[in-house]
Design a protein around this ligand. Structure first.
Ligand code: NAD
Length: 431
């Protein structure tokens, strides 16, 4: 499939007059089936894959009439409710990378939502930017996102979208013009707003749980933070409120470093500008390391040089290779708090946005307490304790716990989204 370029797929779709298509899991035969015969070889590829494919309930696609943008909704598991997760606008060279990314991200949302105790299933939207057009062109974006909204309406809500990498609140507004099945709409029209502050408190809770696990607290500790953006800045504020001894931070953006430095000028705060690719912050002498910039920074190169005893941050997909780097960290005795436990507040903040906005909403705040069973704090402790007992990596245990939770049926709707998916297939939604 690596040789199957996105342009080849678009040509194939056009030659066969296909505007929309799907790959849906047939529960009886236990395999993915394509909506169109000419796409059977793609279904075969998915069925054979054991890395990213995991009985995804349905994957739906459309090619936009203008601009040739391929848009997808990867619905993984909906037992806890409709699939919820953000939509990203990204560039892919080949079909395999696109499908793998969508399937992996959809599955990741199932884990994140289930572990957070949300009554939502997991799914992800992925759209392929067409490099022939300017990604920042207003007309292009308006069209692409409003078409995505129409696409979601056709899918009858088995997937509910949200903001993600490469997607802005304005883009979400364009989706909202064409569908009710979205969250993260602008605050001025009832949206939930920027989740970065609650996300920073989620990371703080994860750190406190990891320290509690080894009988310590944040007081007097040194914390190194990679990135000084929307999550990291409030995180640094909360860390000083917890009386940490020192915070060391880095960012590739000089202006960001200057602004944050000014804010904490009276604190024991050491911040520096780094070049892209300079990961020296990860190797600082510190107690806790908080990756809050980019993913894949825990890898063969960096892990041997890390001195922190705990890693707990907001960045998505911190492990470059989920199958081996969590084990490499465990072997070095480093406690890794899986990112999807601590950075959940993004989805928590917007997932129930359609019910309106409440100040100090208990449904959000309870994630940041120490007593609710699904709080970041308790989930983290539960994962760390089980990992220690079972002598397994924290990532493996967190995924195991999340998978079990993802099998629980929504208390009111049951497995309603699978009925929606069945109806889409029966009614040939793609015609
Ligand atoms: P942001 O863009 O506001 O901040 C990221 C900062 O990292 C920027 O200032 C950027 O200049 C800096 N940066 C980029 N590459 C770097 C590098 N190699 N070294 C040092 N600094 C670098 O993003 P954010 O909202 O603060 O999110 C941070 C991370 O957390 C991202 O990976 C994001 O996907 C993840 N996340 C955020 C939320 C949220 O609520 N904002 C929720 C879940 C996950």
């Amino acid at each position: 499939m690596k040789n199957f370029k996105i342009e080849d797929l678009i040509t194939l779709l056009k030659e066969n007059d296909i505007k929309r298509f799907h790959f849906v899991f047939n529960q009886k035969d236990q395999k993915i089936e394509a909506s169109h015969e000419v796409l059977n070889n793609i279904a075969d590829f998915i069925n054979k894959d054991t890395r990213d494919f995991e009985q995804h309930e349905g994957m739906f696609f459309q090619l936009t009439h203008k601009y040739d943008v391929l848009q997808g909704a990867f619905v993984h598991r909906t037992k806890r409710g409709q699939a919820a997760g953000g939509v990203r606008f990204w560039q892919y060279e080949n079909l395999e990378d696109f499908l793998r990314d969508g399937m992996r991200l959809g599955k990741g949302m199932t884990h994140k939502n289930a572990m957070a105790g949300l009554w939502w299933g997991g799914g992800k939207g992925v759209m392929i930017h067409n490099p022939k057009f300017d990604k920042n062109d207003k007309q292009y974006r308006e069209y692409v996102y409003s078409e995505y909204g129409k696409f979601l309406t056709r899918l009858k809500g088995c997937y509910v979208t949200a903001e993600d990498v490469g997607t802005s609140v304005e883009d979400m507004e364009n989706i909202y013009k064409a569908t009710r099945f979205t969250t993260c709409i602008p605050e001025k029209i009832g949206g939930s707003g920027n989740p970065s502050e609650p996300t920073s408190r989620g990371v703080l809770s994860g750190m406190e749980a990891a320290l509690e696990f080894i009988g310590e607290t944040l007081e007097g500790k040194t914390v190194a933070v990679q990135g000084m953006g929307h999550v990291a800045e409030p995180l640094i504020y909360h860390l000083f409120n917890k009386n940490v001894g020192k915070v060391i931070a880095s960012d590739i953006n000089k202006d960001v470093v200057e602004t944050v430095k000014k804010r904490f000028k009276d604190k024991n705060f050491d911040a520096r500008v780094t070049k892209k690719g300079d990961n020296s912050i990860l190797f600082e002498e510190c107690d806790v390391l908080a990756p809050c910039a980019v993913g894949a920074i825990l890898n063969d190169d960096t892990i041997p040089k890390i001195k922190a005893k705990i890693i707990c941050g907001a960045a998505n997909n911190q492990l470059e290779d989920h199958d081996k780097h969590d084990i490499a960290l465990a072997e070095r005795g480093i406690i890794y708090v899986p990112d999807f436990l601590t950075n959940r507040m993004g989805i928590v903040n917007c997932a129930n946005e359609q019910y309106g906005y409440v100040n100090d909403d208990d449904f959000i705040e309870r994630h940041l307490t120490k007593d609710w069973d699904f709080s970041v704090y308790k989930s983290t402790l539960s994962v760390l304790n089980e990992a220690k007992e079972a002598k397994k990596s924290t990532s493996i245990v967190a995924i195991k716990q999340a998978t079990e939770l993802s099998m629980h049926l929504h208390p009111i709707f049951g497995h309603r989204s699978i009925e929606i998916i069945d109806s889409l297939v029966d009614e040939k939604w793609y015609e």
